[in-house]
Design a protein around this ligand. Structure first.
Ligand SMILES: Cc1cc2nc3c(=O)[nH]c(=O)nc-3n(C[C@H](O)[C@H](O)[C@H](O)COP(=O)(O)OP(=O)(O)OC[C@H]3O[C@@H](n4cnc5c(N)ncnc54)[C@H](O)[C@@H]3O)c2cc1C
Length: 396
């Protein structure tokens, strides 16, 4: 069995793990990043994920501060305006950016984000990125935490668990969590369409569940957008199944988006995702902290899941920097707890907000319709309140 020693062992090499490794490596820590999947690091196709991520302006500012945005911005389509249409109560909201110059957010393909992060990590000589390595057990010895995967023993001062919503680290350590299963799946489609999107993102609240249309970059000079539709699993499965002719898929989307984008001319990708949300009882354990979906996952209704994970990375980066400057030790109980205290409330708040939004916008009874209409009216008439909502969505 090969033995490795490092300061930080980051488990999980997807969006959050890769970003954590990049930010921590810039501070000079010696890092092992282990990923279960067999990713070929030289291969351009590093993921089968065809989703896009809506990166909030606040997240972009952090990526900029880490020197990463310059590599991402070429793939990012700005969102300049968000239109919210509640079909269940017949009300609309229109959000613009109150802060001059900056956009509301950016739409980037997950595959591009992952490629950029892997490319930049490959340039770092203090990161050992091991793929095809699945963590299976953890023990402790003196001041170290030791993990075992297929053929490796990795000794570190701290494990950063970035191993997603079904975190193995959480299972092994027995960290408690609260889980909510939605009886919904998300249908994720990218498609070409006739009319330009004009950098507008749409959020439709339909009886069946929320449907978002997000502006993507043009490809071969053709207008492109992404659609994310939360709906009953049987409906999503039917649309996603290969026995439904693509002609009907186009017709179903046309019915929802024709007024905004014209006809769908091509379906470029189609995937579905079961929806659930969870939050760990705490974001740390013995010599371990949880980041991204390993700590929390939320309903995608507001496109905020990874933005929240990125804020975890921002917090741990700050803490790692301060600890290094003070010449003190990482991985102690007070270190891990300090991280928890910085991140927990933010995650808990967003977990609750997204859960309640999904709940209320599916309600069709007249009492709820009245409440929603009244809420939209209040927001529309109150500029300061509206600006507060925009700033919150932008991550400020
Ligand atoms: C339909 C949908 C749309 C979304 N849209 C948005 C959006 O627009 N904006 C936004 O901010 N968020 C969005 N999200 C949320 C976002 O996708 C997630 O928050 C993000 O992908 C989580 O990344 P992660 O790296 O934390 O976890 P994951 O992507 O789950 O990665 C975990 C990694 O750990 C690895 N791993 C697991 N177990 C082990 C092990 N034992 N050993 C080693 N490695 C292991 C896995 O292979 C994987 O690579 C959306 C989510 C959904 C479902």
């Amino acid at each position: 069995m090969k033995e490795l020693s490092c300061d930080l062992h980051i488990v999980g090499g997807a969006l959050t793990g890769l970003l954590t490794a990049y930010c921590a490596s810039s501070l000079g820590y010696k890092i092992v990043l282990s990923e279960r999947k067999n990713i070929t690091l030289d291969n351009k196709k590093t993921t089968t994920d065809t989703r896009t991520t809506a990166i909030a302006e606040g997240s972009k500012v952090f990526l900029e501060s880490q020197g990463l945005w310059k590599f991402i911005k070429g793939f990012a389509e700005p969102i300049k305006n968000i239109k919210v249409i509640d079909e269940t109560a017949n009300s609309n909201l229109d959000f613009n950016n109150p802060i001059n110059k900056s956009n509301l957010g950016y739409i980037v393909k997950n595959s591009k984000l992952i490629s950029v992060l892997i490319n930049e990590l490959k340039k770092k000589n203090n990161v050992n990125f091991i793929t095809g390595s699945s963590l299976t057990s953890i023990t402790y010895s003196n001041s170290k935490i030791i993990s075992f995967s297929n053929d490796k023993k990795i000794k570190s001062k701290l494990i950063i668990a970035a191993d997603g919503k079904n975190s193995t680290v959480r299972k092994i350590l027995g960290t408690n969590f609260f889980k909510k299963k939605y009886k919904e799946k998300a249908l994720v489609i990218s498609f070409f369409h006739e009319r330009p999107h004009n950098n507008i993102a749409y959020e439709f609240f339909l009886k069946s569940g929320p449907l978002a249309i997000l502006p993507m970059q043009k490809e071969s000079n053709r207008n492109q957008s992404a659609l994310i539709w939360s709906n009953k699993p049987e409906i999503v499965d039917k649309i996603a199944s290969s026995d439904l002719n693509i002609k009907y898929v186009k017709e179903i989307i046309n019915e929802k988006i024709y007024q905004q984008l014209g006809n769908v001319t091509n379906i470029n990708s189609l995937q579905s995702f079961p929806l659930s949300a969870h939050i760990n009882e705490k974001f740390y354990d013995n010599k371990t902290i949880y980041v991204g979906d390993a700590a929390h996952s939320i309903h995608p209704i507001a496109g905020q899941g990874w933005n929240l994970g990125l804020r975890d990375v921002k917090s741990i980066t700050k803490l790692l920097r301060e600890t290094k400057e003070r010449n003190s030790t990482i991985g102690t109980k007070s270190f891990c707890k300090m991280y928890n205290d910085k991140c927990y409330y933010d995650a808990y708040r967003l977990f609750e907000i997204t859960d309640k939004l999904d709940w209320i916008f599916k309600k069709d009874q007249s009492y709820f319709k009245f409440l929603k209409k009244a809420g939209f009216n209040i927001i529309n008439k109150n500029r300061i309140f509206k600006e507060k909502i925009v700033k919150f969505a932008m991550g400020f």
